[in-house]
Design a protein. Structure first.
Length: 55
């Protein structure tokens, strides 16, 4: 199965963290959307109020 780049919100929570692990285990590239400045290579800054995503 081809892998995809998948954006995930809520990745710091219980379900989101498990989802990120599962997607990575299946070989997908995961971009974790965060509402603060990104601190690591897999994080993408996201401001849902402004409709802003730093991609």
């Amino acid at each position: 199965m081809p892998t995809s780049r998948i954006a995930v919100t809520g990745s710091s929570g219980l379900i989101g963290a498990a989802l990120v692990r599962s997607l990575r285990a299946d070989g997908h590239e995961v971009a974790r959307l965060v509402r603060r400045p990104a601190r690591s290579g897999d994080e993408v800054e996201w401001d849902p109020k402004r409709g802003y995503v730093d991609v």
